[in-house]
Design a protein around this ligand. Structure first.
Ligand code: G3I
Length: 335
């Protein structure tokens, strides 16, 4: 069979992809996955809302389907995620009478959730995004003012890592976030990671989500980020890689009637150059990097097409809408 990304990168790191059970059931997508990738991440199905919709009800089906597929085909699995401010179930922050839960109750719920999910997949999931996106979007603030933070203060972060470590001492535990290469955000993430390390919290690694674009990050920003986090003794993975053909702000607002969404040859060439640069940096920084995961399989479907606003078609991945390798793919495997 033809070589895939995983084969070109076998001396470097696993190459993963975010999936849904539906994609695994589509023969064309399943074939592409098995040819190209050797690690899976559930795009949505292990998040607390989908997997734990009520306090005493679990929805294991979709998540089990992904883990079973991985086991059947000897793929690694990265779990995503155990504690996040989005996609939380309705019951989580409330008592039966509708009032807000206490810190003690919320930490107990977090413990019980993490304990159940991590133990269920012990030995089958090698790495977990334990805490996702806890840093504030506003550069002048440190931690995000989420329900987790409002109710628990910053303790929920360290506790989440302790619960996950107790449930599976061998799992590689990650803090995961976006825009980590922007200098101001990098500093705030560094501050959090250093605090956790200094307090002997069982954290092993940091995930750079890698929702990048034609203009960011720069090569220097990317290298600096990997090396700075690496200097804390943490491993690094790029956990949600894609290269949007639009700037960050444009991706997050609706398409105006006069705006084109043509995927021009200029965009394709710039995107191929970006991917080439990113993978050169990844190879150079091999001693810190333990995995690269793409967020979705091909341009047939990207979260950027619909979230947070629908209407502008994006083309952020290495395979086109017909699952064929793009120019960017050939740049990534040529070294
Ligand atoms: O499954 C429901 C469906 O039942 C319902 O009818 C429909 C109506 O809204 O929603 C469906 O759920 C959607 C889900 O994706 C599955 O398609 C949610 O609304 C939608 O919000 C959700 O979006 C996901 C998003 O996280 C949620 O915040 C994206 O697919 C997913 O790619 C995205 O992934 C995140 C990472 O977890 C963390 N880092 C950023 C990344 C991109 O935002």
């Amino acid at each position: 069979a033809d070589k895939g990304l995983k084969d070109y990168y076998k001396d470097y790191f696993p190459i993963g992809v975010a999936v849904s059970p539906r994609a695994l059931q589509n023969p064309a997508e399943a074939a592409l996955i098995l040819q190209q990738f050797n690690s899976l991440t559930p795009e949505n199905d292990m998040k607390m809302g989908p997997i734990h919709p009520e306090e005493n009800r679990w929805n294991w089906g979709p998540s089990d389907a992904i883990v079973d597929f991985a086991q059947a085909h000897k793929l690694k699995v990265r779990g995503h995620n155990l504690c996040w401010h989005e996609q939380t179930p309705r019951w989580l922050f409330k008592n039966a009478d509708g009032s807000q839960v206490s810190k003690e109750v919320l930490l107990k719920r977090l413990h019980d959730h993490i304990d159940a999910v991590v133990k269920r997949y012990k030995g089958k999931i090698y790495a977990w995004d334990v805490v996702n996106e806890a840093i504030a979007d506003n550069p002048n603030e440190f931690l995000r003012n989420s329900d987790w933070y409002k109710i628990c203060g910053e303790d929920f972060i360290a506790e989440a890592f302790r619960y996950a470590h107790a449930a599976d001492p061998k799992a590689v535990l990650f803090y995961n976030d976006y825009n980590t290469e922007r200098p101001e955000k990098m500093e705030r993430v560094y501050k959090l990671l250093k605090k956790l390390k200094d307090a002997n919290v069982p954290i092993d690694a940091v995930g750079l989500q890698g929702h990048w674009s034609l203009v960011e990050p720069t090569e220097q920003e990317l290298r600096t980020t990997i090396e700075r986090f690496g200097s804390l003794g943490l491993k690094v993975q790029v956990t949600e890689l894609d290269v949007s053909v639009y700037p960050w702000e444009k991706d997050r607002r609706a398409k105006r009637p006069d705006e084109s969404d043509a995927y021009t040859p200029e965009m394709q060439a710039k995107q191929a150059a970006q991917y080439k640069m990113f993978f050169k940096v990844f190879r150079d920084e091999k001693k810190y990097l333990t995995g690269i995961t793409f967020w979705n399989i091909s341009d047939h479907y990207s979260w950027l097409d619909t979230y947070p606003v629908a209407g502008r078609k994006n083309h952020p991945l290495l395979f086109d809408e017909n699952f064929k390798p793009k120019q960017a793919y050939y740049e990534v495997v040529k070294f």
